[in-house]
Design a protein around this ligand. Structure first.
Ligand code: FBP
Length: 253
C-alpha cells in the first residue's frame, strides 16, 4: 500500500513538535506551564505544526483535546527512562494497532545504533514497519548512535551513518541529532537518499542560534525539523514557532 506522507507534511516540508521528553528525561525538563500536555497541544495548533509527537499515555488521556486541535498525531511506539544504566535499549510499549486506534497518522521508533542491543531494536522496527506500511502509515526512525560501539567514533560520521541506516531499513523519515557544519549536514542528507531527514532541536539554546540551526538544516536539504525543548521552553513559544515555521517553509535560502 502507498505510504501516506501527505498528512504529515506541507509541500514536501515538515515541522513537528516533539513531547516525549517527560519519559526520556523526566519532569526535570518542565515548568508549571509546559508540564501540562494541553499547553503543548495549544502550541502545536497555534504554531501550525504539521504534527505533534506523543507517547501513547498522553495520546490516550488527552485524546479529546488532540482531536479538537486537528493537529495530526504521531505516536512514539517505544521509549525508555533516563534511569536505566545498561547499554541503551528502548523496547516497544505501544503497537501500531493501538496507535491507529488513538488517531495516529504516523508512528515513530527509536533505534540506538552502536548499542549491544541494536539488533533487538532493528528487529522490532522491522515488524512495526511491515505492519504500518501494510496500512499505508509512515514510519519515522529516530536513529541515535549510542552505547559501547560508538565510543571514540567521529560524531559527524555517526550522523551520516544514522541517516544511511534509516534508508537501509526502509524508514520513510529518519530523525537525527545534528552534528558538525552545513557541509556535514548536506552529506548526511545525501546518505539518507530517498528517506527524508528531520533534525531534532536539542537542549534549549538562545533563540537566534536555534533559528540559525534550523536554517542550516533546511539549506542542507532536510525535510524539516522535529523540535521540542527549544519551542515549549521558550518564553513565547507561539512567536518562536511562527519564526521557525517561516524558515522551514520559506526563508532558508
Ligand atoms: P528535543 O528537540 O527537545 O531535543 O527533542 C528531540 C528528541 O528526539 C525527543 O523526541 C526525545 O525525547 C529526546 O530528543 C531524546 O533525547 P536524548 O535521547 O538525547 O535524551
Amino acid at each position: 500500500m502507498k505510504v501516506k506522507l501527505n498528512k504529515i507534511m506541507t509541500k514536501g516540508k515538515a515541522f513537528y513538535l516533539a513531547y516525549d521528553q517527560g519519559m526520556e528525561h523526566g519532569p526535570v525538563e518542565f515548568n508549571d506551564k509546559n508540564v501540562d500536555p494541553r499547553y503543548i497541544i495549544e502550541i502545536a495548533q497555534k504554531g501550525k505544526f504539521n504534527a505533534m509527537i506523543f507517547q501513547k499515555g498522553i495520546a490516550e488521556k488527552y485524546n479529546k483535546e488532540i482531536k479538537k486541535s486537528k493537529v495530526p498525531l504521531i505516536i512514539k511506539l517505544n521509549g525508555k527512562t533516563s534511569l536505566s544504566q545498561t547499554e541503551p535499549l528502548s523496547k516497544q510499549i505501544c503497537s501500531v494497532k493501538e496507535a491507529l486506534k488513538l488517531g495516529a497518522v504516523a508512528v515513530g521508533y527509536t533505534i540506538y545504533i552502536g548499542s549491544d542491543y541494536e539488533n533487538i531494536m532493528l528487529k522490532e522496527f522491522d515488524t512495526i514497519e511491515k505492519e504500518a506500511h501494510a496500512r499505508g502509515i509512515p514510519v519515522i526512525a529516530w536513529i541515535y548512535p549510542r552505547g559501547k560501539g560508538v565510543k571514540g567514533k567521529s560524531p559527524v560520521e555517526l550522523m551520516a551513518y544514522a541517516a544511511r541506516v534509516g534508508l537501509e531499513i526502509g524508514a520513510d523519515i529518519v530523525k537525527l541529532k545534528r552534528e558538525g557544519d552545513l557541509h556535514d549536514l548536506h552529506w548526511t542528507v545525501q546518505c539518507a537518499g530517498k528517506t527524508k531527514v528531520v533534525v531534532a532541536g536539542g537542549i534549549k539554546e538562545e533563540e537566534g542560534a536555534f533559528l540559525r540551526d534550523i536554517r542550516d538544516v533546511m539549506r542542507a536539504g532536510a525535510m524539516g525539523v522535529a523540535v521540542g525543548r527549544n519551542i515549549w521552553k521558550a518564553k513565547n513559544p507561539f512567536e518562536l514557532s511562527k519564526r521557525a515555521r517561516e524558515i522551514v517553509f520559506n526563508k532558508y535560502s
